[in-house]
Design a protein around this ligand. Structure first.
Ligand code: DGP
Length: 122
């Protein structure tokens, strides 16, 4: 997918507005959560800000409440998934080297199985 640092809307904005119907696991005034379409573990959830922020590089001080809410929701969803005690991983990819494909920041919550080393050795 092409780099979208210009800040154009992505498919995630349509999911937030439910223009593309996707079952939501959580939504409030700041964040939305739903299951990843291509899960890479038995639990794979995306937690995203309702506001379009293209990359982690674009986060502003005024977004700190939203960033904190993303973590609070991640914790709650991990508990709801039953994976909190065994553990899980939170991932945010940034730009090309980070492997970011959708330019609307999102936190991956992955777990439900041992995840191995953090990075694949080359
Ligand atoms: P990243 O590489 O960090 O930008 O991850 C983007 C993730 O978004 C990827 O794991 C697949 C997921 N994804 C992309 N399009 C859709 C969609 O239309 N619906 C859902 N539920 N997930 C999507």
């Amino acid at each position: 997918m092409a780099d979208n640092n210009a800040g154009e809307e992505t498919i995630f904005s349509k999911i937030i507005r439910q223009e593309i119907p996707t079952p939501l696991l959580f939504q409030d005034d700041l964040v939305t959560a739903f299951r990843d379409i291509t899960p890479q573990a038995s639990s794979h959830i995306l937690i995203i800000p309702n506001k379009l922020i293209p990359t982690v590089n674009d986060i502003k001080q005024e977004d700190e409440l939203t960033m904190g809410r993303m973590f609070t929701v991640a914790k709650q969803l991990a508990q709801a998934e039953g994976i909190a005690e065994d553990g899980y991983r939170l991932i945010m990819n940034c730009n090309q080297h980070g492997g970011q494909e959708v330019y609307h920041i999102h936190m991956h919550l992955v777990g439900g199985q041992p995840l191995g080393r953090m990075l694949n050795p080359k």
